[in-house]
Design a protein around this ligand. Structure first.
Ligand SMILES: Nc1ncnc2c1ncn2[C@@H]1O[C@H](COP(=O)(O)OP(=O)(O)O)[C@@H](O)[C@H]1O
Ligand SMILES: [Mg+2]
Length: 207
């Protein structure tokens, strides 16, 4: 069993949006996925309630219980991937998730403010010595040069996963309880999420 954590000390960076669609992409790829929403705002859990398609298992884990829950779940052969969404403000709950991460994805918007705000998130991950990758989220699909600049800026701080552009499919996905690969399997958002999932899968297979 692998644990994928979405974390960044910045609200609106795309943690819940990416968690939702990557959970679906992983399930479609044959993973047995359990989704855990540790953010009190519960965006991902709300998204799960809208879901009619099934495929994903949602678990509510009480604050303070995550450590034990992960250790117990690691023994359950029926679960191959746990995806944990976290709050935008770090605290004991986020730390518990980070400590167990086989990989942590850190979504970052392509703005100077957001690129700078990634610093404290990375310090936290370094403290726990867990593998992580930035994922540039909400890039302008028409401006490849800007995306390349932002990727270069992030590469100074760590590994960079394939980027995700700003696309309507992601907005429709959070509104409908579906992943972008379900809404529009041949769309660009689906291609981006599948590329991100392939990256995540490869990185996690190394640990
Ligand atoms: N790649 C994207 N394309 C379009 N809209 C996006 C994208 N990523 C996030 N959003 C939108 O941005 C908002 C914030 O994203 P969210 O996933 O809730 O961030 P976080 O969980 O980090 O606070 C949401 O309304 C979401 O629909
Ligand atoms: Mg969120």
């Amino acid at each position: 069993m692998r644990v994928l954590v979405l974390a960044s000390q910045k609200g609106g960076s795309g943690k819940s949006t990416i968690a939702a669609s990557i959970a679906v992409a992983a399930w479609q790829d044959g993973e047995r996925v359990v989704v855990v929403d540790m953010d009190p705002q519960a965006s991902l859990a709300e998204w799960g309630k809208l879901r009619e398609t099934g495929g994903l298992v949602f678990r509510a884990v009480a604050p303070g219980a995550l450590d034990k829950w992960i250790m117990d779940t690691r023994k359950v052969p029926a679960v191959s991937l746990v995806i944990i969404d976290t709050a935008g403000v770090f605290g004991a709950e986020v730390d518990a998730a980070l400590r167990h991460a086989d990989l942590c994805l850190v979504p970052v918007r392509p703005s100077a403010f957001d690129l700078r705000a990634a610093g404290p998130t990375v310090e936290r991950l370094r403290l726990f010595n867990r593998p992580f990758a930035f994922v540039l989220n909400g890039t302008n699909p028409a401006s490849h040069a800007r995306t390349a600049d932002a990727v270069a800026a992030l590469e100074v701080g760590g590994a960079v996963a394939p980027p995700i552009a700003d696309r309507t499919d992601f907005r429709d996905s959070v509104a409908s309880g579906m992943g972008v690969t379900e809404i529009n399997p041949v769309g660009k958002a689906a291609a981006e999420i599948n590329a991100l999932w392939a990256y995540v899968k490869e990185r996690m297979s190394r640990t």
